[in-house]
Design a protein around this ligand. Structure first.
Ligand code: SF4
Length: 454
């Protein structure tokens, strides 16, 4: 079983697949190399990017992430404020400090190669790392993939559907039907069942501390986003909107009775503007869709009567438990599924999480998750300029409001419904497979070709 802590990962923006994954892959490559005899003779390094990473990598910060990963940085640990200075030093000196300890010459123009028209076999986000020395015998090369949500895969790794860090989970499930049956047999709610699985690897206190840490990270991201003004990097000149909306809400809370929706919008915009600015965010399940879960969590905790910290934990456990179903039966990668795999999954997770936080029964939680995805089916990924800004930022605000509505529709009924979550996940997977590649994070179709960059 996957752990919810593998799905909610603290990292940096703007993209889990194009920033977090490549940084982790670059570091992992060198950590593999460090254990081998070739390590001592390495004097050069080439990184080749394929498919979506090559097509939208510059806009998504893949080039910077690779350099930082090669220097040994971890996306969960790096201080985002130090990044510009680090990159400036690497580029000015023309050198890289491999894992922070071995210096080699490195020229981006020569050693970081973008193959936009080629793919590696297993996924459209492929990377090839090749290290060499003066002697031809000193050569080590490995292919890696960034498969969405910050997850990485080595070329020789088994299918990720079989992965996960909870091999001893007492209640493993691969479908929503299995999850519901297990929960009914054990007399557990979905959050309780997910908690029991997490407790196979650590104590209940430690799981709760981990959930509380995530909640603090979500809050800190929202806080920074609500108060950071300015224009986002990348050349689209997108002005941050969250601070303006936040100020308006504070000054004139309810001009037309829609202030709850405005608060949810403000929270989601805050997170995704932080993400686009390269700030600290939590994958939920990806960076591009990182605003939906925290926006709905903030709505629950600060705007719903009775919202409390125990409910926040139930929310995260249920949302994570639902995300596992997408991870093993479809994909949470925009490059594989289009935006239905990112914003659609986040909407489904948040709807389920909110239903659980508000005391919904298991059938209502599953129904909320189903509605959250059903009305995102077919959503394409077409980021303008290859940046995680248009349509991504606004789309998170829309997705958050949609998740709340999905919960309301589901919890207004007794849980009986016609379309199951398993059916909708299969539909999403098939739709993603049928979707043409220009709508899957390549910036070769949709808004990306109809909105002029300037
Ligand atoms: S359009 Fe959706 S899937 Fe594509 S980068 Fe933006 S948020 Fe991610």
């Amino acid at each position: 079983m996957y752990s919810v802590f593998e799905l909610f990962k603290i990292g940096i923006g703007p993209s889990s697949s194009h920033t977090v994954g490549p940084m982790r892959a670059a570091r992992a490559f060198l950590q593999d190399l460090e254990k081998r005899p070739e390590w001592g003779g390495i004097e050069s390094l080439t990184v080749e990017l394929y498919g979506s990473l090559a097509l939208t990598g510059r806009g998504h910060g893949t080039d910077k992430a690779i350099l930082l990963g090669l220097e040994g940085e971890d996306p969960a640990e790096i201080d985002p404020d130090t990044i510009p200075e680090r990159l400036e030093r690497i580029r000015r000196e023309g050198t890289l400090r491999l894992l922070g300890v071995r210096e080699i010459p490195f020229s981006e123009a020569q050693h970081l190669v973008f193959h936009g028209d080629a793919l590696l076999p297993r996924h459209s986000n492929g990377m090839r790392f090749t290290a060499g020395g003066p002697a031809p015998a000193v050569r080590f090369s490995r292919d890696f993939y960034s498969i969405g949500g910050g997850f990485i895969l080595r070329a020789e790794d088994p299918d990720p559907g079989a992965g996960g860090s909870l091999p001893d989970a007492p209640y493993p499930y691969r479908s929503a039907a299995e999850l519901l049956t297990l929960a009914r047999r054990q007399g557990l709610s979905i959050p309780e069942l997910v908690l029991a699985n997490e407790c196979s690897a650590q104590s209940v206190q430690s799981v709760e501390q981990g959930l509380d840490r995530l909640w603090r990270a979500f809050q800190s991201c929202v806080r920074r986003g609500l108060t950071s003004e300015g224009t986002l990097p990348g050349g689209l000149h997108v002005v941050r909107r969250a601070p303006r909306l936040y100020q308006k809400l504070q000054q004139n809370p309810s001009p037309d009775g829609f202030d709850i929706m405005d608060w949810v919008n403000a929270y989601a915009l805050a997170v995704n503007e932080e993400n686009a600015g390269g700030g600290r965010v939590v994958t939920a399940p990806t960076n591009g869709a990182a605003g939906i879960v925290p926006a709905v969590l903030h709505y629950y905790r600060f705007h719903v009567k009775g919202g409390d910290e125990a409910g926040v934990r139930r929310f995260l456990l249920a949302a994570g438990g639902i995300c596992i179903l997408y991870k093993i039966n479809a994909s949470i990668s925009g490059a594989e599924m289009g935006c239905q795999g990112e914003v659609g999954v986040a909407c489904s997770m948040a709807a389920a999480g909110l239903a659980a936080a508000l005391g919904g029964n298991n059938a209502q939680i599953e129904h909320a998750a189903e509605i959250g995805m059903e009305h995102n089916l077919g959503l394409t990924c077409d980021p303008v300029g290859g940046l995680v800004q248009i349509p991504c930022i606004e789309r998170n605000a829309i997705g958050a409001v949609k998740a709340i509505n999905a919960q309301r529709l589901a919890c207004g009924e007794d849980g009986e419904h016609r379309v199951s979550l398993d059916q909708v996940i299969q539909t999403m997977r098939q739709t993603g497979l049928d979707m043409q590649s220009q709508y899957k994070e390549t910036s070769r179709g949709g808004l990306a070709v109809n909105v002029v960059e300037c």
